[in-house]
Design a binder for this molecule. Structure first.
Ligand SMILES: [Zn+2]
Length: 93
């Protein structure tokens, strides 16, 4: 079982393979429509509807404006979700 050869969607900075064969993608996004720069790390499962948002501004006092902290939190969420999610990816036609 491998999804290594598939091209990652644009903007995906990390991808975790779930036990169900789906992927959890980590991206950077904007929190609101008014935001012009990415300010949130998002981890979303392609097998089920689970996702998490980690806002950079919650740690904006840091040297990186909270980006690395948010990425780490998103990675940790993706890792633990991938270990337990058994939802299978919908076959692409
Ligand atoms: Zn899932």
């Amino acid at each position: 079982m491998t999804t290594q050869t598939a091209t990652w969607p644009e903007g995906v900075i990390a991808r975790y393979l779930t036990v169900g064969g789906a992927t959890v993608d980590i991206t950077h996004d904007t929190l609101t429509a008014e935001d012009t720069e990415p300010n949130v790390s998002v981890a979303a499962c392609g097998g089920c509807l689970a996702y998490t948002n980690r806002e950079w501004r919650l740690r904006a006092d840091r040297w990186d404006n909270g980006k690395v902290w948010s990425d780490e939190a998103a990675h940790a969420w993706a890792q633990s979700h991938a270990e337990t999610c058994r939802a299978m990816p919908k076959p692409s036609a």
